[in-house]
Design a protein around this ligand. Structure first.
Ligand SMILES: NC(=O)c1ccc[n+]([C@@H]2O[C@H](COP(=O)([O-])OP(=O)(O)OC[C@H]3O[C@@H](n4cnc5c(N)ncnc54)[C@H](O)[C@@H]3O)[C@@H](O)[C@H]2O)c1
Length: 272
């Protein structure tokens, strides 16, 4: 292993740990010595991530929590402190694709759902993580998971697009407001990465396109997601482990001069 002890004795909160990028990040952080405080609302798969960590000799706990509920974010931080005495690093990764629809066909409930899970999860977690960091009085690190959709326009899914811009806006604000406490706050901005979220989104769009065709409507009117050809320069999807590597770089002391950064982990997608 390259960075064997990079997070030795560090306590790391990580949300969205049940699968995808969150799981990959949790496994590697634990391998590198972090004590993991994992949360996700998918209980069975979250427990599975914890088992994988323990089987590999790592340490952690898992909490089945819906982090779009403010009290649950508070509980997450409380449990971390009860279990390990402090918190050093927080990765706010939980998120959803939502139901992609252009604005003129987008119900308010779908916007609420997407913001609840993409923006409010991050805001609630940051709120209690920051309070804990301030109380500890010796700095802290936060990495939020946004998206290329937080950097640029992404056709077909305006609620996701806007919610991820909100995550990056919050990240920049937090970097400014909390530097005086020695707290660094950055985000990663992945492009398409091989995770269950992407598989499910693809299936959703395909179903909508078929339904549109059957109804004699131009499918692009209904589900235009991915309709325009914009691709990463590196012509493939990312592996979750490649996103984990970037997240954990920002978590590490190697990124000690980085705050307020919205790091593009997108194979060059947004390099225009
Ligand atoms: N996979 C991609 O292509 C991609 C691209 C850009 C950004 N992202 C972002 O990366 C993050 C991880 O995505 P992923 O691809 O691994 O997706 P995923 O669906 O595989 O994993 C996301 C996890 O977050 C959890 N989650 C969602 N809302 C939650 C809530 N309210 N409370 C608790 N847990 C919750 C889900 O249960 C799931 O386990 C997300 O924020 C996503 O928007 C992913």
């Amino acid at each position: 292993m390259i960075f064997k002890d990079r997070f030795k004795d560090k306590v790391m909160i990580l949300t969205g740990a049940a699968r995808g990028i969150g799981r990959a990040t949790a496994l590697r952080a634990a391998q590198e010595g972090a004590k993991m405080v994992l949360a996700d609302r998918l209980e069975e798969q979250g427990e599975e991530t914890l088992k994988m960590i323990r089987d590999a000799g790592g340490e952690g706990i898992f909490l089945p929590l819906d982090l779009s509920i403010e009290e649950n974010a508070q509980t997450l931080v409380q449990k971390a402190v009860e279990t390990y005495g402090r918190v050093d690093i927080c990765v706010n990764n939980a998120g959803v694709m939502g139901n992609p629809n252009p604005v003129h066909l987008l119900p308010k409930e779908d916007v609420d759902y997407t913001f609840a899970n993409n923006f409010y999860t991050v805001y609630f977690c940051c709120k209690y993580e920051l309070r804990q960091f301030i109380e500890q009085g010796d700095g802290g690190v936060i990495v939020n998971n946004a998206s290329i959709a937080g950097m640029t326009g992404l056709e077909g899914n305006p609620a996701y697009n806007a919610s991820k811009h909100a995550v990056n806006g919050l990240t920049k604000n937090l970097a400014l407001d909390y530097q005086r406490y020695g707290i660094r706050v950055n985000s990663v901005n992945p492009s398409g990465t091989k995770t269950p979220m992407v598989e499910e989104a693809y299936e959703y769009v395909m179903k909508k396109r078929e339904a549109a065709k059957a109804a004699g409507v131009d499918p692009k009117e209904i589900a235009n997601m991915g309709g325009r050809k914009r691709m990463p320069i590196i012509d493939r999807q990312a592996e979750p482990e490649e996103q984990a590597a970037a997240i954990l770089f920002l978590c590490s002391d190697d990124a000690s001069y980085m705050t307020g950064a919205t790091l593009q982990t997108d194979g060059g997608w947004t390099s225009f």
